[in-house]
Design a protein around this ligand. Sequence first.
Ligand SMILES: [Zn+2]
Length: 242
Amino acid sequence: MLCGYIEDKDFGRVLIYTRRGMRTFRAKWNKYGQLEVTLPPGATKARIVHTLNMHHDEIKALREKIDSAPARFHEGQVIPCLRHHLEIRRKAKDSQFYDFGFDPDAECFFVAVPLQCDIASSVAERTIISCMKAVAQRFAHTYIIPLAEQVAQEKGCTVRGFEIGRGLKKLGHCTRERVISLSGNLLYYPEELVRYVICHELAHLREMNHSAAFHSECNRLCDGREAELEQKLRAFAKQLPL
Ligand SMILES: [Zn+2]
């Protein structure tokens, strides 16, 4: 729970959170470049300041590590997508707005960054990620639904329907009404892993849990590759900027 903030001469505005059951404290830099500190409830301001001073060097080192990390995006970068790819471009004309969509001439998705923007900055990084999510929401339907229908047919599964969910973290969900919802972000996953996510959800048509019976069904649908594909999926999701 956010319970306020303090101003620190080195770290700027520090957001203070409390969490029940917390014994010590935790500090992290959020994606907006602000320091967040989580403490047990009831910590006094003096105690917070003291804690920050005690861990000043570690917190600073954490910031330096983030700042020295290589930029995620650069001009001309090509990000693979299902069937196509996405290109990070500069806008042709000067404008302060980002642009995104599908370029029929180049046959690729694109995110176009304003001329004066530093692509390596954290603001640009966040905006590019938002544009990528918007591309996924707009186009996932065209590419993922037909693939899902094809996989269901191949595996002999009857589904009431597939839909693209708004959720971006959760890759798939199967309802009791036999409707399978798939994340638009799957647009950025290799086909093999999209097929795996679809098989996982198809297995839920039989078993609405993650029991041994579920895994045996999922493994059958994945031609005995469930464990291998799950590992690949985790590794892939970790390095995806979304
Ligand atoms: Zn599941």
